[in-house]
Design a protein around this ligand. Structure first.
Ligand SMILES: Cc1ncc(COP(=O)(O)O)c(C=O)c1O
Length: 365
């Protein structure tokens, strides 16, 4: 049985009538930029996450850059982050004018290791950008304690973690600001690009709102050098409908993860879920030294799989000037060499999971 990594079409089919009606409403309304759906989605998102406010933006990358700029982070500043994440996390730091400073990850969660952050802090450090990787929140309390000790801001890159939680708080509420992506493959995914910036401080929300629209409240008076980075009205209309079902979709992903946990061979390392956290399994990423053999065995069975961040950020050519070397972040290097993401979406059946598990077993045999 062929098994796909994701199932965007299946998720669409489930909501098809409502989504198509909502899109038609927008098209017929003539209000296609920053209309009622963007405003309503921002309010509904803030209520879901538990923050003072939210601002819809064009994508997660812009959201990160805007969040940094809202804190006046720019040239001469350093921002501590993880090297084991999608490139956009570090790219946004550079887009804001600052320098990313990488810190190794924890071997179990694959998130930034708080125990290693303080050694990377200098007089130039202004913020920490933890990433809630693959749908699991980073250790927010430990990070907040370090940030408080050193007077740093925390911008949570929650792009992969809509609906996850940490000690009773939602992802997106775990830093001073947080950023989401609605790239179509995300758990809460649009039908095009989209993003959201959240903040606890209402004044910061207002500044982010200014920044997303040319630094202007009214298109007549311009207060800041900003961006043209708005969430589309059509995307907001769709996301409002998905927001109603996202907890159910995430619960179905958790069921799929539980089936994997039960059926995968013992030798394969499952994703860790620390006590007090919920994982939303944007991706179900396992680890094995036999990763390449597993991938080959899955391919023979027409089962999709993917390797993430095989070249971690510190070793990317764009950052060659920073002079990083393989071995500098050994936990990251090992994760890059051993990870393999297995099919994960809300519509995966236990039979499909068993098929994947049989392929993995053939690979490790
Ligand atoms: C961890 C992380 N940060 C940032 C981004 C950037 O989001 P976008 O693609 O919406 O710009 C993504 C996703 O693509 C991501 O996974």
């Amino acid at each position: 049985m062929a098994v796909g990594l994701m199932d965007i079409k299946g998720q669409y089919t489930e909501l098809q009538e409502r989504v198509e009606a909502a899109v038609l409403d927008v098209l017929r309304s003539g209000r296609v930029i920053l209309g009622p759906n963007v405003k309503a989605f921002e309010d509904e998102a803030s209520a879901f996450i538990g923050t003072a406010g939210s601002v819809g933006v064009a994508n997660g990358t812009d959201g990160l850059t805007i969040a940094l700029r809202a804190l006046d982070i720019g040239p001469g500043d350093e921002v501590v982050t993880t090297p084991f994440t999608f490139y956009a996390t570090a790219e946004a730091i550079v887009q804001a004018g600052a320098r990313p400073v990488f810190v190794d990850i924890q071997p179990d969660t694959l998130n930034i290791d708080p125990a290693k952050i303080e050694a990377a802090i200098t007089a130039k450090t202004k913020a920490i950008v933890p990433v809630d990787l693959f749908g699991l929140p980073a250790d927010a309390d430990a990070i907040a304690a370090i940030a408080a000790r050193h007077g740093l801001a925390v911008i949570e890159d929650a792009c992969q973690a809509w609906g996850a939680s940490y000690k009773g708080r939602r992802a997106g509420a775990l830093g001073d600001l947080a950023v989401f992506s609605f790239f179509p493959t995300k758990n809460l995914g649009g039908f095009g690009d989209g993003g959201l910036v959240t903040a606890h401080d209402a004044a910061l929300v207002d500044k982010v709102r200014l920044l997303r629209f040319h630094g202007s409240k009214d298109k007549k008076i311009f207060e800041l050098i900003g961006f043209n980075s708005r969430l589309d009205e059509v995307q907001a209309a769709i996301l409002r409908i998905e927001l109603e079902v996202i907890d159910t979709w995430n619960a179905r992903r958790a069921q799929v993860a539980a089936w994997y946990d039960a059926h995968l061979p013992r030798e394969v390392r499952r994703p860790a879920v620390p006590q007090g956290s919920t994982h939303v399994y944007h991706l179900y990423v396992t680890r094995s030294p036999k990763r390449d053999a597993i991938a080959a065995a899955l391919k023979r069975r027409a089962v999709d799989c993917a390797v993430y961040y095989a070249t971690p950020l510190h070793l990317q050519p764009v950052f060659a000037a920073y002079g990083h070397k393989p071995g500098e972040f050994p936990v990251t290097d090992a994760a890059a060499a051993e990870n393999i993401a297995l099919p994960m979406h809300p519509n995966l059946t236990e039979a499909a999971v068993k098929e994947v598990a049989a392929g993995v077993a053939a690979g490790v045999a």
